[in-house]
Ligand binder design. Structure first.
Ligand SMILES: [Zn+2]
Ligand SMILES: [Zn+2]
Length: 267
């Protein structure tokens, strides 16, 4: 089997990514319905009952909407920070009038490494307008994989956690011009562009051409805005910034999408 990374859904209507070793399967975020995640897992030959854990990055709906149903239906342990759990429970209570029950809740702290099966996981703090948002760095059978979406900019602390990744799933949310001239109200534009909003194609390109170590075999552009970006624009900007580092073996740029799961990356 080996190591694989499968982005099941990515974007403001829902995010979910499956990471697998030979023995362990973890799902990062459940931002689409239980039914949709189950369907996409089954299409990959993965039984939802075989998931070892669900990890949650932050409490925004596009990362957590299907969590309660999926976790309880298939008895999957859920890992999130205490603050994220509290914020999610509060929002859920306000919306549905009841506290969401999670059968098996495990709490982690940003910056503190933990283990699920044979996968080592390091959560790290990202700048985003949620209560305690994190990205994740994984060590799976000697391979490093990092996921960082929903971040207003790339601070040095985040860049440190991305170093040495063989698979880098990173946000390329919007094209600045498209966002400025696009349909969102000004307040929303300001939020997206802020230091706790979302990473633009341009900010990512800046990282690729300066601080990025060039280590990834695969770079997955994720959480693309459907209103303020275009996949081919995001790809072109990223590929241009990666320049000559983009070879047959390194920095192949893939595009994660909302409605179509990305073909699993096998390492
Ligand atoms: Zn999001
Ligand atoms: Zn978010």
């Amino acid at each position: 089997m080996g190591v694989s990374v499968a982005v099941l859904a990515s974007g403001s209507r829902g995010n979910s990514t499956l990471l697998s070793s030979s023995k362990t399967r973890v799902l990062v975020d459940v931002g689409v319905s239980c039914r949709a995640v189950s369907k996409r897992l089954k299409a990959l030959g993965v039984d939802p009952y075989a998931l070892s854990a669900v990890l949650i990055t932050h409490e925004h709906t596009d990362h957590i909407a299907g969590l309660r149903v999926l976790a309880n239906k298939f008895h999957i342990p859920v890992f999130m920070t205490h603050a994220t759990h509290r914020a999610w429970a509060k929002a859920h209570r306000q919306e549905n009038g009841e506290t969401p029950e999670i059968e098996k809740l495990e709490v982690f702290e940003s910056g503190h490494k933990f283990q699920v099966g044979d996968i080592a996981i390091t959560p790290f703090t990202i700048p985003h307008d949620a209560i305690d948002p994190v990205g994740f760095a994984f060590r799976i059978e000697g391979v490093k994989v990092a996921i960082a979406t929903d971040l207003g900019y790339l601070p040095v602390s985040v860049i440190d956690h991305l170093r040495g990744s063989e698979v880098l799933v990173i946000e390329s949310n919007h094209d600045l011009e498209m966002l400025r001239g696009g349909p969102y109200p000004w307040s929303v534009k300001q939020r997206v562009m802020s230091r706790v909003g979302h990473l633009s194609n341009e900010a990512l390109a800046d990282f690729f051409s300066t601080d990025y170590d060039g280590s990834a075999a695969y770079v997955v552009l994720a959480h693309l805005s459907e209103d303020n970006n275009h996949p081919e624009v995001a790809r072109r900007v990223a590929e241009h910034a990666l320049g000559t580092r983009r070879t047959l073996l390194h920095n192949r740029v893939l595009l994660a999408s909302q409605d179509q799961p990305l073909e699993p990356i096998r390492l």
